[in-house]
Design a protein around this ligand. Sequence first.
Ligand code: ATP
Ligand code: MG
Length: 142
Amino acid sequence: MLERTLAIIKPDGVRSRIIGEIIRCYEQGGLTPIAIRSTQLTKEQAKDFYQVHRDQPFFDDLTSFMSSGLIVVLALEGEGAILRHRDLMGATDPSKAAEGTIRKAFGSSIDCNVVHGSDALETAGKEIEFFFSDDDLYSQIE
Ligand code: ATP
Ligand code: MG
């Protein structure tokens, strides 16, 4: 099924100047960026975005990190995009991620793991809406 998912190149990825390499992985993995923009989240916006984790011990560190610098946000489209993207990203902890994945190649720790990806159809829709309006999205989905 043709799907959309949300990707974020996190502040560590932008600071390491590997935006191009990461987008290349998406393209080579069959995912088409249908919308892209750069922004910096406020701490409040980061808390809102990651609210599912609000009771986790890592919530404060996560939201401070995510609001610490520029990010690049992409809506990606492709066949089975949500799982395909999760496969390209690799496991949350880069030390446990499979060879050839983005987090294995570029991640330095579970906190600084370079990329975010939506984990399900429903969250993908909500996360894309968080950053993009319908007018921003070129789509082959009618
Ligand atoms: P993301 O949502 O950023 O794509 P993910 O879906 O692989 O990552 P989640 O379980 O949603 O992982 O956790 C969100 C983020 O919180 C992770 O990317 C990671 O930086 C951080 N995190 C998750 N689990 C832990 C943990 N046990 N200790 C520290 N940080 C964690
Ligand atoms: Mg997640």
